[in-house]
Design a binder for this molecule. Structure first.
Ligand code: GMT
Length: 379
């Protein structure tokens, strides 16, 4: 147990199933378990927030719906909510997840607090699309670049994302890489443990978890599965929801796969689906890290993914799964069949996946963030 003083930490994140919100919430849960006072600010209660921990407190951003505005000024409401939370709870540090608009709103909150004689250190964690897709859009880039440069500390979830941030924005200040993590006690193999068995006739269970956006290449997931099930008995479980879901359901029907593909939607039981899976597919166009792949690996599930962004920092080609070029569904299906050729081969990959995932421990990563908080507080 650490002898260092406990902190009062504010965490700002999206409440949804997206990776940045999940990561921020799991970090909040863990820090609160360690005894820190953690205050989470969002526009709705984050899905994985542990509501039973007395050290964990949820604050909601209130946005007024005023008819004059075509677009309600969310950043204004967010900055005001940050100021109120920091003052009321005497917070030591504010950790914002996803640059847009959190880092920008935090900068304004700091300025407002400065006027009141209080200094607020801000830690910004860059997660991926806040840089690689949305952030570099001309409509946002100046504000994103400014808020990165003016945070007290900046972290990125992979070397790949750090490199992209420097390349896209010409950022001069140091960016520390702090990877995503997984709680290996919550993600584990649970085949045969539950009444609801996903595999009813001994089929291989293949899964995919995402927010069904274009960047995830959902059609590729289905096309890879189509090639796999043509050779071996298999079922595909698609977890999550988003703009590409309707198209994906139509694609499944058009290929005559409706009986073999289950769209599970948004579920808080992701760990149970992964725990019963034999293979995980993540053929994304770009992926700064791939938290879903890491959670699959912790659940003893090998991964077939695209060789893009930060995925090679998570999945070791030929060990915990395979990485192939973006869009090469034939190669990905062939690799999947290589892993699923027999149970011992699949288990070899499964054990290696779990071992790799244990290298991304929640305790190590939380300690890294705590060291950053302490450094910016003392600076
Ligand atoms: O793409 C998502 O699933 C959502 C997105 C987010 O920010 O909410 O995820 C990003 O952050 C995750 C947590 O750090 C990373 O593991 C994901 O790789 C990253 N997604 C992309 O880069 C596409």
């Amino acid at each position: 147990m650490s002898t260092k003083p406990l902190l009062r930490i504010g965490i700002v994140c999206y409440p949804t199933f997206g990776g940045s919100g999940v990561l921020a919430t799991e970090l909040a849960n863990h820090l609160a378990e360690q005894g820190h006072q953690v205050h989470v600010l969002s526009y709705a209660q984050p899905v994985r927030l542990n509501a039973y921990n007395p050290n964990l407190h949820y604050h909601e951003v209130q946005v007024e719906n005023y008819p004059l505005f075509q677009y309600q000024p969310y950043e204004l409401a967010l900055s005001s909510a940050m100021v109120a939370m920091v003052e009321q709870e005497s917070l030591d540090v504010l950790h914002v997840h996803y640059a847009i608009p959190h880092a920008y709103a935090a900068y304004m909150a700091r300025k407002i607090l400065e006027d009141k004689g209080k200094h607020l250190p801000i830690v910004t964690t860059l997660h991926g699309t806040d840089i690689t897709l949305v952030g570099k859009h001309p409509a946002y880039r100046h504000a994103v670049c400014f808020s990165i440069e003016h945070s007290s500390a900046v972290t990125a979830v992979s070397d790949s994302l750090k490199a992209d941030t420097i390349e896209f924005f010409g950022i001069k200040r140091p960016i520390q890489v702090v990877p995503n993590f997984v709680d290996s006690k919550r993600f584990f193999r649970c085949k045969g443990d539950r009444q609801m068995q996903l595999s009813t006739h001994g089929e291989w269970i293949i899964s995919h978890v995402s927010n069904f956006r274009k960047v995830k290449r959902i059609a590729d997931v289905i096309d890879i599965f189509e090639r796999i099930q043509a050779k071996i008995p298999a079922k595909l479980i698609m977890v999550g929801d988003g703009p590409e879901r309707t198209g994906a359901e139509q694609h499944v029907k058009a290929l005559g796969l409706a009986g073999k593909v289950l769209f599970a939607g948004k579920t808080t039981e992701v760990n149970h689906v992964l725990g019963q899976s034999d293979l995980f597919l993540l053929p994304s166009e770009s992926e700064s890290f791939g938290l879903a792949a890491l959670e699959a690996m912790a659940s003893h599930v090998p991964v077939i993914a695209s060789n893009s962004g930060g995925l090679p920092e998570v999945v070791t080609h030929g060990v915990s799964g395979y990485l192939e070029a973006v869009g090469d569904v034939d190669a990905m299906a062939a690799r999947a069949l290589e892993i699923l050729k027999d149970r011992p081969t699949q288990q070899g990959f499964a054990n290696a996946a779990r071992k790799s995932a244990e290298g991304f421990s929640v305790t190590d990563v939380a300690d890294k963030y705590l060291a950053i908080y302490r450094r910016v507080i003392h600076d």
